[in-house]
Design a protein around this ligand. Sequence first.
Ligand code: SAH
Ligand code: SF4
Ligand code: F3S
Length: 494
Amino acid sequence: MRQDVMNRQAIEERLAQIDLTLPPPENEPDRQYYFMKKLRGWVSEKKKELGRPLYANITTFGCQMNARDSEKIAGIMQMLGYEETDSEKADFILYNTCTVRENANLKVYGRLGQLKSAKQENPGMVIALCGCMMQEKQVVEKIKKSYRNVDIIFGTHNIFKLAELLSRKIFDSPQDSEMVIDIWEGTAEIVEELPNERKYPFKSGVNIMFGCNNFCSYCIVPYVRGRERSREPEDILAEISCMVKDGVKEVMLLGQNVNSYGKTLEKPVSFAELLRRTEQIEGLERIRFMTSHPKDLSDELIEVMGNSKKICRQLHLPLQSGSSRLLKIMNRHYSKEDYLLLVEKIRRAVPDISLTTDIIVGFPGETEEDFAETMDVVERVRYDSAFTFIYSKRTGTPAASMEEQVPEDIVKERFDRLLARIQDISAEKTAEAVGSVCEVLVEEVNKREASLVTGRTDKNQIVHFPGSPDLIGTFVKVRLVSAKGFYFIGEQTE
Ligand code: SAH
Ligand code: SF4
Ligand code: F3S
């Protein structure tokens, strides 16, 4: 993990100015730096007492938004003096949860159950839960009742407060007593300039906006992530420039609907404009973004993508369903025809672009005809790959109370049919690419075969090829020699 946003020295200077004999400041982020400094002293004492480091274990469920939030949490834990570990034999355990589908919730309950014995072995262990699931009242009630070993619960709106909440647990709340629970219903606040980490030195996600205003009728995200709010372009560009100085070559701009970026700013800025300005950052080589809602994908954006040297030839464009009738009930604001037209326009501007998508099978009322429309779009677009989901009923969303929920066996049969077709097309497309030469950003030594390194093309295809670890973080020209499932085996050409 690597520290970014503010370099370590800037953070140290900020901490040095904090006076712990005074009460905590009211303004953010200074207030958090106050608690970080206080906890840092405690961590250092604790290490001496135990004669070993204190370990933090962070598990992330869900999407890239959660992954980025976890990097912020990791940044704070590192500042406090914790060492990160993959093992759950740790002093601080955090699950950053997702609730987009029911099975995401079930995983968390399962893991919490398993932690019971670990906490008996290490009573000083602090168990914290955050993320989207925690924004649901019934979830927090269940945890309060059935998982008493949890120490801290916070939500999606106040991640920046982790140091303060941990201080409350450590200094104010005696062990084994009350859980520290702090869930906000929503916020317009965006706190900048907190410590941050990233998984790879050479690439990183960057939040450009938070929340969602779309209320697709099946989706819980707007309820748990709040209203859409964008970061100021200057803050985003400064963060990316800082990362680039620190070795980042590729960024992924993140938002639930990046195409509506900037609309809520005092001085509105379009997403296309943000991309134009990001492109000008010297030293930055690749730009990706997700997720793009088809209803807001503008001609201006297509033009920017067509002319750009840095925006990758890759677009994730969630379809959800090919049936215009269902798309209306899903509240998606586009029809099958609109979607196909959009794909045509994009392909005209960026030939050979890699298109990926999300599809839900078994939305309430889905008939065989509706499903056939989805299969038809899949045939016509020929996605490079797609995430397929079985519809999951989410309490509080309009679709949950719709009649005509589709029987499980019918959904399963349709799901299998769709998946098989998507996999076949995907394999065909991968085979077509064999023989071509692409630029690969090398990410790591292959996990199974140490003589190989693994990286990604600008189309986000995974390539394994013989190479040494010093290639990591560099761009290498690679010929795609063979296709194996969804990935390639390649060889260096120069
Ligand atoms: N903001 C993104 C999606 C975030 S959720 C967008 O609009 O594309 C990621 C994916 O989860 C969605 O695209 C959708 O396909 C799926 N999803 C959301 N709610 C779901 C539900 N209730 N059941 C099944 N899949 C769902
Ligand atoms: Fe959910 Fe729709 Fe918002 Fe995506 S755009 S997060 S699917 S409500
Ligand atoms: Fe899940 Fe929350 Fe992302 S519900 S998909 S982690 S926004």
